[in-house]
Write a protein that binds this ligand. Structure first.
Ligand code: SF4
Length: 355
């Protein structure tokens, strides 16, 4: 049996070509594209300026795959966590993070993750597949709608910091950003988008070569190879000096500062030598540091460092003229905070996979 293609996987040119191949007018492709993206049509019958015969022809050839917000949990601090059901029944999570001045969408790029960072809940779910561009785009649309409904303003920022490593789904992530930033999509400025990665040097250089306009954040967590490798196995394949070289390449090409995401854990990276190594590393590349509050996950055995250690980090970084922000985690009561995205559904996905 022929499987119907997802029509949203076609770009405007391909849609126009499809209509021409059907002996129809190319501009029908523009009309359908508008229905799919600007008007968010979920079925062909909504496309009222397209004749019934043409709609039937589309129906015979294509499906319109959309994500579905399966469950929505609201935290006492206003954070919303969505369990997103994909067309094949797999589930990922996305989070709306409100502050007084902005609403940020934290979106997923893969179902599960293959990188096994020891502190991360998502790492418990094996990678099942990459999300396609419209599954990423739809997460942003859903959070924009929630922001308008619950915060009375539109979505302002997007971070690729949910489930998965975005640079291991490079093409689809970039296509989704193209759509998010285009006038035919959400017209959100790339300056308001941040891609967060564990730091894959080859892919960081590719981003720079592709002249992307969005921001780059790297989950650093230690500037000492042995310490970082123990938490993030990827560091054994590409160590800190390779990472640094790629970040310098990025900066030369884009002139954009790097943000280092950094959690301070008790007994792991809370000593003077850890702070000194971070300062040295930051001095080699224009950068700033976000110190992120850690949310313990069951069984991981990590504990946030005490306030004194974090304060020492802040003072030492500031003394060395390195910008530092302390980021309080939000949505802790619904497991929506950083490192906690490993939804029960996704774990069920994993169980089912194993069965
Ligand atoms: S921190 Fe990111 S890259 Fe590491 S396991 Fe979690 S989702 Fe994957």
């Amino acid at each position: 049996m022929n499987q119907k293609q997802d029509i949203r996987a076609l770009n405007k040119e391909q849609l126009r070509d499809f209509f021409v191949a059907q002996n129809n007018k190319a501009f029908r492709g523009n009309q359908v594209y508008e229905w799919l993206w600007r008007k968010g049509a979920h079925n062909f019958d909504e496309m009222t300026n397209i004749s019934k015969d043409t709609r039937n022809m589309l129906e015979a050839n294509f499906v319109i795959n959309h994500i579905e917000v399966d469950t929505m949990q609201q935290s006492s601090d206003g954070t919303i966590k969505n369990a997103i059901k994909l067309h094949d029944g797999l589930v990922v999570e996305s989070v709306l993070i409100p502050t007084e001045t902005r609403t940020t969408a934290c979106v997923s790029s893969q179902v599960g993750c293959s990188l096994n960072c020891t502190f991360c809940a998502t790492a418990r779910i094996k990678k099942m597949r990459n999300l396609n561009p419209d599954e990423i785009y739809d997460q942003v649309v859903a959070i924009d709608q929630q922001s308008r409904l619950y915060q009375n303003h539109k979505l302002s920022n997007i971070v690729f910091m949910g489930m998965g490593e975005p640079l291991l789904n490079y093409n689809n992530v970039l296509k989704s950003i193209e759509k998010i930033t285009s006038d035919e999509g959400l017209a959100i400025s790339p300056k308001r988008i941040t891609l967060s990665t564990v730091g894959l040097p080859k892919m960081i250089k590719k981003l720079a070569d592709d002249e992307v306009k969005f921001n780059l954040a790297v989950s650093l967590h230690s500037a000492i190879d042995e310490v970082r490798s123990a938490m993030m196995p990827i560091n054994e394949k590409s160590n800190l000096s390779e990472l640094l070289e790629s970040l310098q390449y990025w900066y030369v090409k884009t002139k954009k500062k790097i943000t280092f995401e950094y959690v301070v854990w008790k007994g792991i990276n809370d000593k003077k030598k850890d702070i000194d190594a971070l300062v040295d590393y930051c001095k080699k590349i224009p950068s700033k540091v976000n110190l992120i509050e850690y949310n313990a996950i069951e069984e991981a055995g990590f504990q946030q460092a005490d306030a004194k250690a974090i304060d020492y980090y802040v003072r030492t970084l500031e003394k060395n003229n390195i910008t530092v922000n302390v980021r309080k985690s939000r949505g802790k009561d619904i497991d929506a905070a950083c490192g906690q995205l490993a939804n029960k559904h996704a774990q069920e996905n994993s169980e089912e996979e194993r069965c």
